[in-house]
Design a binder for this molecule. Structure first.
Ligand code: HEC
Ligand code: HEC
Length: 218
């Protein structure tokens, strides 16, 4: 073997270790990383749709950067959650990247169909999302989360099609002043003076939103 060949071989493992591998992530989603523990799909499903009715969030449609960041927060208890902490702690940094890349690569499933909210409620939610409620210090959600709820990288997550019970739970926690994680302060300010009915309305509206027609930044 030539010297050049050897150098290339030696360089390869480190390159592979740096590149997220969605196929390895798929295996983690399917069967987990430790024997005797389920994969992510037991709760979030293989297609990343989550279980909207019971508040298990969807992961398809999110940016890999946001998913990886949140896994890091769960693992270090910066985002405290008893469901997610054990699963996040099982993963190495590389496995977090891989599984984030897998879920980020999936097409978005259509919104859940059995949404009990009325059209009037969703219309109010749309108004909040697009215009905010300035007298109560509520800025338009779309300003940070993207006009179609598509999210902005690791900064503000994807919201379109997300489980309404999950969204409402997050909003209520922030309204009660709990930071959630180091990125959460903005949402504490945002929800401070929001009426519960408006949080319900915006959650219902967001769950009903179909996959944003991208080209837009995730
Ligand atoms: C036993 C069920 C369960 C399993 C297994 C599970 N999760 Fe979760 N996951 C949840 C729940 C419940 C939440 C919502 C936590 C909350 O309310 O803050 C969540 C939240 C998340 C979030 C945050 C989503 C957001 O919008 O901020 C990510 C990312 C995530 N899970 C990824 C994973 C990955 C990757 C795996 C596999 C390694 C996994 N989960 C395994 C139940 C589970
Ligand atoms: C000034 C920017 C900004 C505005 C305006 C804003 N958000 Fe956020 N939002 C964020 C950031 C940043 C995060 C990430 C917080 C974290 O990681 O803890 C976030 C997170 C969220 C989440 C958590 C999603 C998940 O997957 O866990 C929800 C739900 C949410 N915002 C809803 C809303 C709604 C509804 C509005 C409008 C009423 C709104 N946001 C307005 C910046 C904003």
């Amino acid at each position: 073997m030539t010297l050049l060949g050897l150098t290339l071989l030696a360089a390869q493992p480190s390159r592979a270790a740096d590149t997220p591998d969605p196929a390895a992530g798929r295996t983690i989603a399917e069967s987990g990383v430790l024997t005797g523990h389920v994969g992510c799909s037991a709760c979030h499903l293989m297609n990343g749709a989550g279980q909207p009715d019971v508040g298990i969030p969807r992961l398809a449609g999110f940016s890999a950067a946001y998913l990886e960041q949140q896994l890091g927060f769960f693992a270090s208890d910066k985002r405290s959650n008893s469901w997610m902490a054990p699963y996040a702690r099982m993963l190495t940094q590389k496995q977090m990247q891989d599984v984030a890349a897998y879920y980020a690569s999936l097409p978005e499933p259509p919104p859940a169909e059995n949404d009990p909210a009325s059209d009037t409620v969703r219309a109010r939610g749309k108004e909040i999302f697009q215009k905010g409620d300035m007298p109560h210090g509520v800025m338009p959600c779309g300003g940070c989360h993207g006009p179609a709820g598509q999210g902005m990288g690791s900064f503000a997550p994807h919201l379109a099609g997300q489980s309404a019970p999950y969204l409402l739970e997050q909003l209520r926690q922030w309204q009660q002043g709990k930071d959630r994680d180091p990125m959460g302060k903005m949402m504490v300010t945002e929800t401070h003076a929001m009426a519960d009915a408006d949080m319900q309305a915006v959650a219902a509206y967001l769950q009903s939103l179909p996959a944003p027609d991208t080209g837009a930044t995730k």
